[in-house]
Design a protein around this ligand. Structure first.
Ligand SMILES: Cc1cc2nc3c(=O)[nH]c(=O)nc-3n(C[C@H](O)[C@H](O)[C@H](O)COP(=O)(O)OP(=O)(O)OC[C@H]3O[C@@H](n4cnc5c(N)ncnc54)[C@H](O)[C@@H]3O)c2cc1C
Length: 401
């Protein structure tokens, strides 16, 4: 058990490569994009995930790239704040916006830079077939020559190719959350003062997030049945969003102008991936590929980092990969399930059915955090973020050297 092929150089892939290399194994990362992929909104590092970043030696870089977010506020159509939640209201990891927030693309860059030595990266390629034999996995690629690895890990996101090749079509594992999300860059917005602003009407939320360079990202989330389309057709996707928000108040018209021209446009269906098992023989899944919670839950990145640490540690210390995969799942399963359940309530908060629900949500946000036991009523995200205790994995190869 030495060579490991990882599909995907997002968050989970490079983090796993880091820890495998740390334990003396030989990781190769294949990424479909020609370089680490930019784009996406702010992601939160919560609880134990910060400890993983600290152990990787990248926590200072992550802190330096902090978005500067100070909290989240809901605003009405006139832009008046109706409720607010500061980043430290429910502990450093317990609020809607965690105290440590970073743009996804900055985290991807930091993790890639931390793994450029000792990890083979193959950009602009992807796996086309996986054949398990008694001693390894034979892999064919879109461009490169076939190769054989001891193990393969799919860290290739929500629409994982490894999952579809080794476990079955996405539809078997996807839990649809009934909505689409779009995220894109806007112009300069120093006026946000570090606050994320959200404007909700029944079935729709528009948002603005500050970025570290004084700019901002816009976000649209809206309830809709799935609509058949070509996933690469971004013109069609932008039009779908614009139609859904055509009558929007607040800053929506200005945001729609940005949406039409933004080069860093991210669009996807909100869905979770729920699987009974994250491995099959020598092939395992990690991050969104295994347990996507939804792109607006705030836990996907933390789960990916913690999962990478655990999976690599178990692979380095278990007698065989079957035991390692089983232990990885034992450590991660309850944490993942709770994060996914939490994400369902987050989705309901951004896609409320009625104006009455929006009023109740605003009252709850104003009052509940200050009540005794208030954190529990918000799902106790702080406790959830710290649910996994990191073991100190000492691989035989390292202890003997
Ligand atoms: C462009 C982009 C924008 C995102 N924006 C947000 C966001 O705004 N908010 C949020 O919470 N989450 C976002 N996500 C998801 C978020 O990054 C993940 O929830 C989380 O960080 C877990 O990371 P991951 O590494 O498992 O998956 P991801 O970060 O999705 O990384 C998966 C990687 O696999 C690559 N890949 C996909 N298919 C293949 C293939 N066939 N072969 C090889 N490589 C492949 C992708 O290009 C990507 O680099 C975004 C993901 C992407 C790719």
């Amino acid at each position: 058990m030495n060579t490991v092929l990882i599909s995907g150089a997002g968050i989970a892939g490079p983090a796993l490569a880091y820890w495998l290399r740390h334990h003396g194994l030989t990781p190769t990362v294949v990424e479909r994009a020609p370089a680490p992929r930019p784009g996406g909104q702010a992601v939160d590092l919560r609880g134990t995930a910060r400890d993983v970043a600290r152990r990787m030696g990248v926590l200072d870089q992550v802190r330096a790239a902090h978005t500067g977010a100070r909290g989240m506020a809901f605003v009405n159509a006139a832009g008046k704040r109706t409720s607010t939640m500061a980043s430290d209201t429910l502990g450093d990891s317990g609020g809607a916006v965690a105290e440590l927030e970073i743009l996804r693309e900055d985290l991807v860059r930091i993790l890639h830079e931390a793994t450029t030595t000792g990890v083979e990266y193959v950009f602009g390629d992807g796996i086309t077939s996986l054949t398990q034999t008694g001693s390894g996995v034979e892999v064919t690629f879109e461009r490169g020559a076939p190769r054989t690895f001891d193990l393969v890990v799919g860290a290739d996101g929500l629409h994982s190719k490894v999952r579809s090749l080794a476990f079955g079509p996405e539809s078997r594992f996807a839990r649809d959350l009934g909505a689409y999300i779009a995220i894109f860059g806007t112009g300069r917005r120093e006026d946000l003062g570090g606050w994320q602003l959200m404007h909700t009407v029944p079935g729709r939320t528009a948002g603005l997030y500050p970025t570290p360079d004084g700019g901002a990202k816009g976000m649209f989330v809206f309830a809709s049945p799935p609509v058949e389309h070509d996933r690469r057709d971004t013109a069609w996707q932008r039009e779908l969003v614009a139609t859904a928000f055509a009558d929007g108040g607040w800053e929506v018209p200005r945001l729609l102008d940005d949406l039409r021209t933004a080069p860093d446009f991210y669009f996807d269906r909100l869905r979770q991936i729920r699987m009974d098992a994250w491995s099959d023989g020598r092939i395992a899944l990690l991050g969104d590929a295994a347990f996507c919670a939804s792109p607006m839950a705030g836990n996907g990145t933390s789960m990916a980092l913690v999962g990478a640490y655990v999976l690599a540690g178990e692979l380095a210390t278990a007698p065989d990969h079957v035991t390692a995969y089983r232990r990885y799942e034992e450590v991660m399963r309850a944490y993942v399930t709770k994060c996914q359940d939490f994400a369902l309530s987050g989705a309901r908060g951004l896609l409320p059915r009625s104006r009455g629900f929006i009023r109740m949500r605003d009252i709850a946000l104003r009052v509940v955090p200050h009540l005794p036991g208030g954190a529990r009523m918000f799902g106790d995200l702080q406790k959830l973020a710290n649910m996994v205790s990191l073991k100190d994995y000492r691989s035989p190869s390292l202890t003997s050297s």
